[in-house]
Design a protein around this ligand. Structure first.
Ligand code: ZN
Length: 303
């Protein structure tokens, strides 16, 4: 088809696929060997809805992409550069590929390259049709302190990853003793004082945390509670509308160990607001106009 030249209709300035719906994007970071692929495979094995996975590898051969067992999700292979710097266009094109689909995935999970700075990739993940949901960074208990002692390039990379995270997940627990866990946790707390650190000792619950999208699962948390075997889920009912400042106070008052909270509430202007909390990241945003969702209870997950 080559009709563009004759087409004089005005193109929509903002491309809004899927009736304005925005698909949540989770960035999964962590240095080489931290176990990102394992987590993604676990997540795909348990997913009951379509998840698109982008796998970024700086080499020309994307080994991690080959290790992803495809399951129901589909995998977009981004190799030969890093999506946070040398492969930005490839990253944006991968979102273009998804936008061409008649139905959106429920969630996009991006396995970042081992050297990627998640902060740099985060800005690109909120693009028409998509919204950054969370940055989860895996920290290899066995290797982290060694990485910090290595060349400044490696040390800078792992520190940037830790600082960018909404949630830090400790991996390789079986390779270290408790003393190492304590030392690494203390170091992470120095680097990122307000970020929750969780043990990824169960691939099961880790996958649940990473794979938890925004919209649909809010109604499914009860049924899917087994995904959160190391977490507590509680429900805060919100009847009718709530004033915006009361909502902020309510969110301020959530327990310190809240790792995830979400809900759709109606505020006094009549607007429906989508609440998402992941670790230290909190967003309260109006739902897109096309949404026909009803308000929900506020679901709070604590560790
Ligand atoms: Zn990069």
């Amino acid at each position: 088809m080559n009709e563009e030249e004759e087409d004089i209709t005005i193109v929509e300035p903002v491309f809004a696929p899927w009736d304005g719906r925005r698909v949540p994007v989770t960035l999964l970071g962590g240095y080489l060997g931290a176990g990102k692929t394992t987590v993604i495979n676990e997540m795909l094995a348990r997913a009951d809805r379509p998840i698109a996975v982008m796998v970024n590898d700086v080499g020309d051969i994307n080994i991690d992409a080959k290790l992803i067992e495809r399951q129901d999700g589909d995998t977009l292979d981004l190799s030969g550069g890093c999506v946070c710097c040398s492969l930005k266009n490839g990253f944006l094109e991968a979102f273009d590929q998804l936008r061409e689909r008649p139905t959106p995935p429920e969630l996009v999970v991006v396995e970042l390259s081992g050297i990627a700075n998640p902060s740099a990739a985060a800005g690109m993940a909120s693009t028409p049709g998509f919204v950054l949901d969370s940055i989860v960074v895996l920290v290899d208990l066995d290797q982290f302190l060694t990485f910090e002692d290595e060349s400044s390039v490696v040390a800078d990379a792992v520190r940037a990853q830790v600082r960018a995270a909404d949630v830090l997940l400790l991996s390789k627990r079986d390779l270290v003793d408790q003393e190492r866990v304590d030392v690494v946790t203390a170091r992470l707390t120095e680097l990122a004082p307000h970020t929750r650190v969780l043990m990824a000792d169960s691939a099961h619950s880790t996958a649940g945390l990473v794979g938890l999208g925004v919209r649909r699962p809010i109604l499914e948390v009860g049924q899917g509670a087994s995904l959160f075997d190391q977490f507590q889920t509680s429900i805060i009912p919100i009847d009718g509308t709530i004033r915006r400042h009361e909502l902020d106070e309510l969110l301020d008052g959530l327990p310190k160990n809240t790792v995830r909270a979400k809900g759709i509430v109606q505020i006094e202007t009549g607007e429906l607001m989508l609440i998402q909390i992941v670790g230290k990241r909190r967003s309260v945003e109006p739902l897109p106009m096309a949404e026909t969702t009803e308000p929900t209870d506020l679901v709070v997950i604590t560790a």
